[in-house]
Design a protein around this ligand. Sequence first.
Ligand SMILES: *Cc1c(COP(=O)(O)O)cnc(C)c1O
Length: 227
Amino acid sequence: MPSSDTSHSPADALAATLARIDAARKTALAPAPETRLIAVSKTHAAENIRPVLEAGHRIYGENRVQEAKAKWPHLKTEFPGVELHLIGPLQSNKAREAIELFDVIHSLDRPKLAQALRTEIDRVGRAPACFVQVNTGEEPQKAGVVPQDAPAFIALCREELKLRVEGLMCIPPADEPPAPHFALLAKLARPEGLRYLSMGMSADFEIAIRFGATHVRVGTAIFGERE
Ligand SMILES: *Cc1c(COP(=O)(O)O)cnc(C)c1O
C-alpha cells in the first residue's frame, strides 16, 4: 500500500503484523522461544514512525547511520525504551557513530569492521550486541561472510576481539525460495551456541518463523511502500 494512501494506518498495520507473527508461531513446529518484531523505519519520516511508537512498539531498524542519526535521537528522548537495530551495511569509519546510536548491529561481516568496532567500543564505553551477517546465497554483490567462513569469523569476533556476538543475520537472494537460506542460517548458529536468528522480511517472515527466527525485520507491511 503506498504511503500516499491516507487510509494506510501504520498502527493498524503494526497490530496486523503482530497478529501474523503470533499465528505463524502457533503453527510452527519448533518456533524460537520468542520472536521479536523489528519495525524497519528506513526512509520513513518521524511523523510516520510516531504512530507506531504511540501504539507502544519499541524495536526499530534502520539501514543507514546518517539517516538514523537525523531521526532517532529526538524520537528516543520522546519515547523512552527504544531499541534501535542497524540492519544495513556499516563502513568501518562509521563504527563510532553506530556504537553511539544503535543497540544491536546486524551487519558484522568482516575483520576490518570487527576491529573498528572493538576500538570504538573501548573509546565510547558502550557495547552493542552484534549479529554476524551471513551471505547464505554466496552472492558476489551482497554483504556478509560466506557460510564456510562463518565459524572462523565468529571465533575471531568472540575470542580475539571480545565482541558481544549474539546471533546471525541473513538476506536470502531475491529470486530464490527463502526457506533453504533460513534453514542454513539456523544450522550455522546451532554449533556456535548463538541464540538469535535475524531473518525474514515483509514477504517471508512467516516462513522465517518456521525456521526459528528470533528477530523478523519488517518494513513495508507496517509503514507501506517506500518511495
Ligand atoms: C529494508 C530491509 C528490510 C525490510 O524489508 P521489507 O520488505 O520492507 O519488510 C529488512 N531487512 C533489511 C536488511 C532491509 O534492508
